[in-house]
Write a protein that binds this ligand. Structure first.
Ligand SMILES: *Cc1c(COP(=O)(O)O)cnc(C)c1O
Length: 434
């Protein structure tokens, strides 16, 4: 009935998430409100791990890409689920360390890490720093030397794969700000340099070809290209790379017409390519790292809003204004992302109206979506936007000095706050009052 199968309708006709009544949640915690289904997140983690056990003899690690949704509670949950973690800034790393995350299982990414971030990562004993460029490699080697330690690294490679997704979330092609290009020998030269560095240990290579990718082919292709490169390094430099990090980017279902391949299929096909290639090229099977972000949390989350004004503009469109918008969900503004909307207190009725849902910021572009199918809607109704668990809270802002919503996790039939709603005092917290 809805895009995520943890959503249902109860006897009152209200939308439920993980068996909890969303209208009650809106009443108890206020709106706008992010709600995440903890059971669903755990199940997805389990299925990722089981697929690696089944198709790749368990020789791998799933690192949750925390940029999709990061807070102390989420880091603790990932730790309990036996996941690794992917971080992209000292803020994400700090959150992970405060949550007691095992640093050996952390990958530190980013195309422009500062010295401060590199030092923090080294001091925290992060297992793998994913080096993006030569300048960073040199700085990291120097920092590690000064501290008298050796740090594990992966090199970020652009495999030259053009995945079919939005331009801003494609990252594997040569025209990308991330990583070393294969085509130009830049990557090979970087490998030589990394091997020669005294205070870094080159553990392997990394690629991430984009996000919200539905097909398995580009991932198979990327894996094959990366393994050819591992063989070249072995043959020409006599150096064996132990690890292959294939990144994340697995697509999820935002709207009914989305049809992503199940992760199980991905793992089955990609493992086959890896095993075949390894025996063909006479290299050992690498330890595989995967970095799903969106696919771990997107479907588990919804956002609840209260409907304010409704404006019917005859023969043009109907605007339905909600008490949030681009400040808690900038994805429509950034990518024209599509979502499904449901009137949570009328979830049993048919969605036979077409509306534009707008936010409350002073921007005409502040929309949650256009031409959205929804039930007959009135002022005061609760609207649920579905599949907002990834890149919503983490991309939220305080534009117009709007306070960020709370995040509530539901687990079976209980609900608890994991991130408090911001207050007006939070809004002026860093202002200097002279
Ligand atoms: C964003 C990102 C991911 C996660 O991508 P999803 O599409 O959320 O799965 C993984 N690895 C790297 C390096 C990334 O930048």
């Amino acid at each position: 009935m809805f895009v995520s199968d943890n959503l249902s309708v109860n006897e009152k006709g209200h939308l439920t998430i993980g068996k909890v009544d969303t209208v009650e949640l809106a009443k108890d915690f206020g709106t706008p409100l992010y709600v995440m289904d903890e059971m669903m997140i755990k199940e997805v983690c389990k299925s990722f791990k089981e697929s690696i056990d089944k198709y790749y003899d368990g020789k791998g690690l799933v690192c949750y890409a925390s940029k999709a949704f990061c807070c102390l509670y989420m880091c603790r949950l990932m730790s309990l689920e036996g996941m690794g973690l992917d971080v992209v800034s000292n803020g994400e790393l700090y959150t992970a360390m405060k949550a007691g995350f095992d640093a050996e299982k952390i990958c530190f990414h980013g195309n422009n890490k500062t010295d401060e971030e590199l030092e923090y990562a080294v001091d925290s004993k992060v297992g793998r720093i994913v080096v993006d460029n030569i300048y960073e490699l040199e700085r990291l080697d120097r920092i590690a030397k000064a501290k008298g330690v050796t740090v594990g690294i992966l090199l970020r490679i652009k495999p030259g794969i053009d995945a079919h997704t939005h331009d801003f979330i494609r990252t594997g092609q040569i025209d990308s700000k991330f990583g070393f290009a294969l085509e130009t020998e830049e990557a090979f030269e970087a490998i030589k340099k990394a091997i020669a560095c005294e205070n870094v240990k080159l553990r392997g290579i990394h690629c991430h070809i984009g996000s919200q990718i539905f097909d398995v082919d580009p991932f198979e292709h990327a894996a094959a290209v990366m393994l050819d490169f591992i063989a070249k390094v072995k043959n020409e430099l006599n150096y064996e790379l132990d690890e292959l990090n294939l990144g994340g980017g697995f697509g999820i279902k935002y709207v009914e017409s989305d049809n992503p391949s199940p992760f199980e299929t991905y793992m089955e096909k990609v493992s086959k390519v890896v095993k075949q290639k390894c025996s063909q090229l006479n290299i050992k099977q690498p330890f595989i790292i995967l970095e799903p972000g969106r696919s771990i949390v997107a479907s588990a989350g919804i956002t609840l809003y209260t409907v304010g004004g409704i404006k019917e503009i005859p023969n043009i469109r109907t605007y339905v204004s909600v008490d949030g918008g681009m400040t808690d969900n900038p994805r429509y503004v950034l990518y024209r992302s599509q979502y499904e909307a449901v009137v949570a207190n009328k979830a049993n009725l048919e969605r036979n109206k077409t509306v534009t849902i707008s936010g409350k910021s002073c921007e005409s572009g502040d929309l949650i979506g256009e031409n959205m199918k929804i039930q007959d809607i009135e002022v005061g109704d609760t609207i649920a936007i579905l599949a907002t668990g990834a890149y919503n809270y983490s991309m939220s802002s305080n534009y117009n000095r709007i306070a960020k919503p709370a995040v509530v996790f539901v687990n079976e039939s209980r609900a608890h706050v994991v991130v408090k709603r911001e207050t007006l005092d939070d809004i002026i917290r860093n202002d200097i009052d002279v």
